[in-house]
Design a protein around this ligand. Structure first.
Ligand code: NAP
Length: 245
């Protein structure tokens, strides 16, 4: 059985580690991050070329099953995989780490809504952690931003007053707390990415009484089978391998 593992997350790397070399897997990365953390086993990098490209690739590579372990906000890739697998009758599973409980956060549906909330509430020192593409919605803001992202956003789309920090998690509670204090942050803006690696910023904000604006996850395509842990995904693959024979 040959499995495409749509990756770019720590869960995808952990699943590759669990399956390889017992199962014939190929991991796929979007290719946006320079020097990405690579999973074990065969890896391909870059988009497939939309639905048509993905359909062609799955056929050419004789893929028997797809596990979509992309980032919870990678909605386009997830929709393409669900559509093409349904069409071709390829077993398909989404591995999505559980979302964070929003608690007292102001939950919004998009980056644009997050920017509107920041403006409406007159927050002036914003810790912005919504990623390279999430920054764009704040381009016209007069507030000051501490922007933390894995890869640099387009400089033309950055807000006027900001400091850019390029880094990737995991982050520790103590350093998140001192970051919030040092920069006198008055609001944290985050996606509901879930997981432990970037969770400490929420705990640090709560400890400091700093409000959180949280962008809700895009919904999964209707009818997809989804699990929340690497073990469940590995079990799904194992059961399928037995069924296929
Ligand atoms: P997306 O909007 O779902 O994907 C856009 C296109 O990128 C897809 O249509 C596909 O191109 C390609 N792509 C995405 N994931 C791929 C994969 N694993 N293998 C091959 N091609 C892939 O996702 P995104 O642009 O990567 O990210 C959307 C949001 O998720 C952003 O807010 C980003 O910050 C966040 N995020 C994503 C990742 C990730 O690894 N994808 C990691 C961290 C955060 P084709 O149509 O050409 O096939």
């Amino acid at each position: 059985m040959r499995v495409l593992l749509l990756g770019g997350t720590s869960e995808a790397r952990a699943l590759a580690q669990t399956l390889h070399p017992t199962v014939d897997i190929v991991s796929s990365l979007a290719g946006r991050v320079p020097d990405p953390a690579l999973p074990v086993g065969p890896v391909r990098i870059g988009g497939f070329g939309g639905v048509d490209g993905l359909r062609r690739w799955l056929r050419d590579e004789r893929i028997d099953a797809v596990v979509d372990a992309t980032h919870p906000f990678a909605a386009t890739m997830t929709a393409h995989a669900a559509d093409v697998c349904t069409e071709l009758g390829i077993p398909h599973l989404v591995l999505a780490r559980p979302a964070w409980a929003p608690g007292d956060a102001i939950v919004v549906a998009s980056d644009v809504e997050a920017a509107e909330t920041v403006a409406k509430q007159h927050y002036s020192r914003v810790f912005l952690t919504t990623g390279r593409s999430g920054v764009t919605a704040f381009a016209g803001s007069d507030a000051w931003f501490l922007i933390r992202a894995v890869t640099a956003p387009d400089p033309a789309l950055l807000p006027r007053h900001h400091r850019l920090v390029l880094s990737r998690g995991p982050y520790r509670y103590d350093s998140e707390l001192s970051l919030l204090r040092r920069h006198r942050i008055d609001v944290l803006v985050t996606k509901n990415s879930g997981g432990a690696m970037t969770r400490p910023k929420l705990d640090a904000a709560a400890a400091q009484g700093i409000p959180v604006v949280m962008v809700a996850r895009p919904p999964l395509p209707p009818g997809v089978t989804a699990v929340g842990t690497v073990d469940e995904a590995a079990n799904w693959v194992a059961a399928l391998a037995i069924a296929i024979g």
